[in-house]
Ligand binder design. Structure first.
Ligand SMILES: Cc1ncc(COP(=O)(O)O)c(C=O)c1O
Length: 457
């Protein structure tokens, strides 16, 4: 008796589902073999850039094999199921306590914190705590609460614009300039008033990687308090820097050593070294997180406080963070971050050595740096053309305009992460050198079709 051959045996790329264009907007009426569906998904994503060569992102693109095992054995866990996964909940608790200590909370047992899906959610929680505390104080004093504002640099990451938009807070941007490349306390008194819910200080400005001098901002706010009585708190957006400064610049005072710093957020998935999907926020003292923002979920027959925008989210990332804290320890994190910084400085020195460029900064804060074309170097090409040339070789190195008031300046930026080895960096430098030589050899201007798009990383 003969049977028709299983489609498993049909020649490659001729099986049902493979020899046709996969539907784009409609769920297909029939399913396909798992291997076929997988083939299509993997083939379609071949067209993505290579994550390891993506020097635009701050987010981890490499973890070791043991981490992958931790991931595979836990990707079914929902972080919100605290009653069902009490150990995962306890590990989350351990992790933010570790961070409270890392960030020099005077008493980590009196701090409060949580994991989030990333820095954006963590920043929003920090902003919400500011807003609610300000409202409570204003109501208690019989004052108007209709016009809260938040003061920050014009170079904040887009999550702060979203926070202000979504939660009805007026954003007050202090413009950065050639003299004041970051928010540094200069002129702060003209921006804050009785409706200011807080000031955001960024440890690792997204555009350039530079630290904002949190201690100088705190000192400026101390002066303002002396003059006006206004006691304005700081949230440190340490998306990148809060996982670099404790290891590479331990003497820099930016964290809970400053009493005015009420809360700090970071991305576990950036220099926390975990794959995407993890952020953290910690308040110096429990009192800075208004109780009426906190919800309770059931936990071991009791109740566990949660403060989050999401309900369900992956628990695996939290376990990966714990894995890394144990695997690397303080010394391991220091060594990994130092290596990234060495690579960043090697690259920035190499780029500064090319006639065409001038550095904006050199990667000595977080391992991120930006550069621009020297004035008058060429009329034939821009950094957008260099970006395109590098992309042809697989390297993703974004060029973009600086924020408001400096938008006429275009910079290009490299984010060095664990996984960009010195050896790969040498190849990148060779590629940049060769492409600059190619562009410099042009005898007429390249067409310019790059919209001045805002940069949202
Ligand atoms: C300073 C800063 N804050 C917030 C964010 C948003 O972080 P996430 O992507 O983790 O939401 C970023 C992302 O690059 C950032 O650089």
């Amino acid at each position: 008796m003969s049977s028709s051959p299983s489609s498993d045996y049909e020649p490659m790329f001729t099986r049902p589902g493979e020899a046709s264009v996969a539907p784009r907007h409609l769920i297909p009426p029939q399913g396909s073999l798992p291997a076929t569906a997988r083939q299509i998904v993997e083939d379609e994503t071949i067209l993505d850039g290579n994550a390891r060569l993506n020097l635009a992102t701050f987010v981890s693109t490499w973890m070791d094999d043991d981490a992958k095992q931790v991931y595979t054995s836990s990707f079914d866990k929902n972080m919100i199921d605290k009653d069902e996964y009490p150990q995962t909940a306890a590990i989350e608790d351990n992790c933010w306590h570790m961070l409270a200590n890392l960030w020099n909370a005077p008493d980590a047992s009196g701090a409060i914190g949580t994991s989030t899906v990333g820095s954006s959610e963590a920043c929003m929680l920090g902003g919400l705590a500011f807003k609610r505390r300000w409202q409570q104080a204003r109501r208690a004093a019989g004052k108007d609460t209709s016009t809260p504002n938040l003061v920050m640099s014009s170079a904040v990451q887009v999550c702060w614009e979203k926070f202000c938009n979504y939660f009805d807070v007026e954003p007050r941007y202090v413009p950065i300039s050639e003299e004041h490349k970051t928010l540094d306390g200069h002129d702060l008194a003209t921006y804050v008033d009785e409706n200011t819910i807080g000031v955001v200080a960024i440890m690792g400005v997204t555009y350039t990687g530079m630290y904002e001098p949190v201690a100088a901002i705190a000192a400026a706010l101390d002066e303002i308090q002396k003059d006006t009585g206004l006691d304005i708190p700081i949230h440190v957006d340490g998306a990148s820097g809060a996982m670099i400064a404790p290891f590479l610049q331990p003497d820099l005072v930016w964290d809970f050593r400053l009493e005015r710093v009420h809360s700090i957020s970071t991305s576990g998935h950036k220099y926390g070294l975990v794959y995407p999907g993890l952020g953290w926020v910690v308040w110096r003292e429990e009192k800075w997180l208004p109780e009426d923002l906190v919800f309770k979920v059931s936990y071991l027959g009791g109740e566990m406080p949660t403060f989050a925008l999401n309900f369900s989210r992956p628990g695996a990332q939290v376990l990966l963070q714990y894995y890394l804290f144990l695997r690397l320890g303080f010394e391991g994190y220091r060594a990994v971050q130092q290596e990234s910084q060495d690579v960043a400085k090697y690259l920035s020195a190499g780029i500064a050595g090319l006639d065409a460029f001038e550095l904006w900064n050199d990667g000595s804060d977080i391992p991120v740096f930006a550069w621009r074309l020297k004035d008058g170097h060429t009329k034939n090409w821009t950094l957008y053309h260099l970006q395109d040339r590098l992309r042809m070789r697989g390297w993703l190195v974004p060029a973009y305009p600086m924020p408001a008031d400096l938008e006429q300046i275009t910079v290009q930026r490299i984010v060095v992460r664990n996984g960009l080895s010195m050896d790969l960096a040498a190849d990148l430098l060779d590629a940049i050198t060769a492409e600059v030589a190619h562009l410099d050899a042009l005898t007429a201007p390249m067409p310019s079709d790059h919209p001045d798009s805002a940069f949202h990383h």
